[in-house]
Design a binder for this molecule. Structure first.
Ligand code: V0V
Ligand code: CO
Length: 146
């Protein structure tokens, strides 16, 4: 069961400058940074709030590490902006299977490694009214030390 918004993924050209914008404009601090080579992204997670199921909601700022990555391709076509939304679930495997049975393309056979040790999969945007949708089961996390 999808229980919350885990994050909103935002594509940007310059991660450091974008982090600085969110910090100075809104006061959001970086909770975690990571490079995910499989996904071709350097990312920063800005924690917005904790949620009633023990998880949290974040903004996920994404800078491509290579032009032919999902975010690199999208940036070249559309420019900066909202790239995907991610719903949190305690059971990404079960929810992905149920959603696949409803005829929505799930992009991975098995969930892959997401930020902070999470397990993630994606639903094709063309089957979701234009929204690239991620499902995520998060691991228990502590903030980075800064
Ligand atoms: C592409 N399209 C999108 C879209 N990306 N529509 C809405 N939102 C997006 N983000 C549309 C695009 O405009 C095309 O429609 C059509 O889909 C095909 O796009 P394409 O440019 O030809 O690109 P493809 O088909 O090579 O790749 C699209 C997919 C790809 C969705 C398959 O982006 C993908 O595999 N995404 C999942 C992985 C990912 O996004 N990783 C980065 C975040 P028209 O123009 O033909 O009508 S990593 C992350 O979130 C992590 C690590 C985490 O949360 O932990
Ligand atoms: Co994401």
């Amino acid at each position: 069961m999808l229980t919350r918004i885990d994050h909103i993924g935002i594509a940007c050209h310059d991660l450091d400058a974008t982090v600085e914008f969110y910090r100075t404009t809104y006061g959001f601090e970086v909770f975690h940074t990571e490079v995910n080579e499989e996904q071709g992204v350097r990312e920063a997670m800005l924690k917005i709030n904790d949620t009633s199921d023990g998880g949290s909601s974040y903004l996920q700022l994404l800078e491509p590490t290579r032009e032919d990555s999902a975010v690199g391709t999208w940036l070249a076509k559309h420019g900066e902006g909202v790239h995907h939304i991610a719903f949190g679930t305690p059971d990404v495997d079960g929810d992905a299977a149920e959603i696949r049975d409803k005829g929505v393309r799930v992009l991975y056979d098995e969930p892959r490694r997401g930020t902070m040790g999470s397990r993630i999969t994606f639903l094709h945007p063309k089957d979701c009214h234009g929204v690239l949708t991620e499902l995520v089961t998060s691991a228990r996390v502590e903030p980075d030390e800064h």
